[in-house]
Ligand binder design. Structure first.
Ligand SMILES: Nc1ncnc2c1ncn2[C@@H]1O[C@H](COP(=O)(O)OP(=O)(O)OP(=O)(O)O)[C@@H](O)[C@H]1O
Ligand SMILES: [Mg+2]
Length: 252
């Protein structure tokens, strides 16, 4: 059985897509087969892997609205062996309105990803919102990784996301386990540890010990259209995601 991980945070630009790409790359280095699913109409994940979203006729959108029988027919191979992608483009922005009228709309993605047994991990990259797409991502997952910039303001946004996670756990997906990943960490700021304590106390959510520091390497690698694990193989940035992959392999 594949393990499903969703990357979500309604705050934009916190490192969701970067985490999806580099965690996936780190898992493939450990001989895992990974399917990445782009669930953002902006197609950041698709672009980050070196593709032009506008070049795809069939994307995750077609799977969600049922015009394609399963994700298999829209899955493409990436440059990295063992790493495949279900791409997204602007078409997906229409899916919110189309899905909401359907019965059990929140399980559409979970049902559409029923043909993924070849993969050890399926990693879903959500848009920066708490709408239909993100809820579908959360219903499909066993683990939700929440990238968080460790500032006090960031915690305020977490409250809304946490509420939705609690509802989904109570109603449709009791297995969903949230975990926080500290991203864009600046070594000079000191309150990261305080934030961790606060997050664990207030939300009861575990925080990964791996920390992703702020570095320009991530922007550079996304321009190059590849994971930082390829672009700067031996960088601290690459190693930080390798450490995260170890934690993910250990406890999800
Ligand atoms: N640890 C980091 N240090 C510095 N820059 C980073 C880091 N992680 C990501 N970035 C850069 O910050 C920008 C936003 O990152 P990313 O696209 O991963 O965030 P996101 O949460 O997916 O954004 P969105 O909400 O718009 O989808 C990108 O330019 C990315 O290269
Ligand atoms: Mg993104």
């Amino acid at each position: 059985m594949s393990k499903f991980i969703t990357i979500a945070n309604n705050k934009g630009g916190v490192g969701k897509t970067t985490t999806a790409i580099n965690l996936a790359a780190a898992l493939t280095e450990r001989s895992k087969k990974v399917l990445l699913v782009d669930l953002d109409p902006q197609g950041g994940l698709t672009i980050g892997l070196g593709f032009d979203p506008d070049n795809f006729e069939k994307t995750v959108y077609d799977v969600l609205i049922g015009s394609q029988p399963s994700s298999k027919s829209v899955t493409i191979q990436t440059k990295m062996p063992g790493l495949d992608l279900v791409p997204a483009n602007q078409d997906l922005s229409g899916a919110e309105a189309e899905l909401i009228g359907e019965v059990a709309w929140e399980s559409t993605l979970r049902n559409a990803l029923n043909n993924t047994k070849d993969y050890d991990y399926v990693i879903i990259d959500c848009p920066p919102s708490l709408g239909v797409l993100t809820v579908n991502g959360l219903v499909a997952a066993q683990t939700v990784i929440i990238p968080l910039q460790c500032e006090y303001l960031a915690m305020r946004g977490l409250r809304q996301l946490n509420k939705i996670i609690e509802k989904i756990r109570a109603k449709v997906n009791p297995k969903l386990t949230p975990r926080i990943l500290r991203t864009m960490h600046q070594t000079r700021t000191i309150h990261s540890t305080d934030v961790v304590e606060e997050v664990e106390k207030v939300f009861g959510v575990k925080v990964y010990s791996s920390i992703i520091k702020r570095t320009i390497k991530f922007a550079d690698s996304s321009v190059a259209g590849e994971p930082v694990l390829n672009y700067a193989k031996n960088s601290e940035a690459a190693n930080a995601y390798r450490e995260l992959a170890k934690e993910v392999l250990k406890y999800g």
